[in-house]
Design a protein around this ligand. Structure first.
Ligand code: ATP
Ligand code: ZN
Length: 285
């Protein structure tokens, strides 16, 4: 039987969320004894655990049909594969940082300076785009200590909160790339693999939608009902049920995570009471 072979990071920042995504898609991986490969019972899929840096190459070579990797790694490696879906986790940015005390005057500040990074390709592209000539020092880890030990005047590294930079006496001055985890696919998938991928993608999209939405239940006085309903778009329109208490209704709807706090406040102002917010497991539209 045909299986969809997927490569995910074997340990590190993308591991937990990648496994969680598979689980939320109803794909139960059996913990293999050797953690190189896992099978699953309920979806024709084989999971390979690899270093994230190797995933684009494996997908290009069709050792894996698809893979989960950060956009930062995908664009740095420049392998032949397609991005099919942004996954909404592993969010970070590839940023330029310089000494806290330095005065940043724009990209020209870096001219003639040494920049330490693990992303020489992306950094060179960014320098070219900004018409700046600088020397790239490629190092594979702990890039943030390079200025402190006199190896470079600036760094380009992944940042999420910025606290690592701060602790190393650096400040962030530019964003080279905003990144998140993506699903990539071999460019020439067979018909059967492509069909499995479509099935997998359908599940991923349902999970993503559910994560971005909340189910809301509230009580509304009937004389404010129209106003409250207007605030709640819902999937079609909100469900309204009479409460046992005369003059009140229960209203159910779905609201997007993005507008959540804004809408909740307006609902309260409009007289809604007993507002319950519940996570949604899957959402199929
Ligand atoms: P591997 O052993 O697989 O090569 P690694 O050490 O290169 O792992 P991790 O630090 O686990 O990689 O990061 C994997 C990916 O997680 C990054 O390439 C990036 O896409 C994403 N990521 C999200 N937030 C951050 C962050 N704050 N710092 C670094 N990477 C992050
Ligand atoms: Zn890596």
């Amino acid at each position: 039987m045909t299986k969809l072979k997927i490569a995910i990071q074997k340990s590190g920042r993308l591991y937990d969320d990648s496994v969680k995504l598979l689980k939320d898609c109803g794909i139960d991986l059996k913990n293999g004894v050797n953690k190189l490969k896992a099978e699953c019972d309920n979806f024709p899929m084989e999971i390979y655990f690899l270093r994230d840096d190797d995933i684009p190459q494996y997908v290009e070579d069709a050792v894996a049909d698809v893979g989960i990797v950060g956009e930062n790694v995908f664009y740095e490696k420049n392998k032949r594969a397609d991005i099919v879906e942004q996954l909404g986790f592993g969010k970070c940015r590839l940023a330029v940082a310089i000494g806290k005390a330095d005065h940043y005057s724009g990209a020209g500040f870096l001219s003639g300076k040494r920049i330490a990074t693990s992303y020489p390709v992306l950094v060179q592209q960014w320098l070219d785009k900004n018409g700046v000539q600088a020397e790239i020092q490629e190092i594979s880890g702990s890039v943030e200590i390079a200025p402190g030990i006199g190896l470079a005047e600036a760094i380009v590294d992944l940042v999420s909160s910025g606290s690592t930079l701060f602790m190393n006496g650096l400040k962030e001055v530019e964003t080279v790339l905003k990144s998140q985890a993506v699903l990539i696919r071999n460019e020439r998938l067979g018909e059967a693999q492509q069909q499995l991928l479509e099935k997998f993608l359908f599940r991923i999209r349902s999970v993503k939608k559910a994560r971005n939405n909340k189910y809301v239940l509230l009580n509304a006085p009937n004389d404010r009902l129209q106003e409250i309903i207007r605030l709640l778009p819902g999937m079609k329109s909100p469900t309204v049920l009479p409460l046992a208490e005369e003059g009140w209704s229960s209203v159910h709807s779905v609201i997007s995570e993005n507008d959540f706090w804004d809408i909740i406040e307006r609902l309260k102002d409009a007289g809604a009471q007993g507002i319950l917010v519940v996570p949604i497991e899957k959402m199929v539209i």
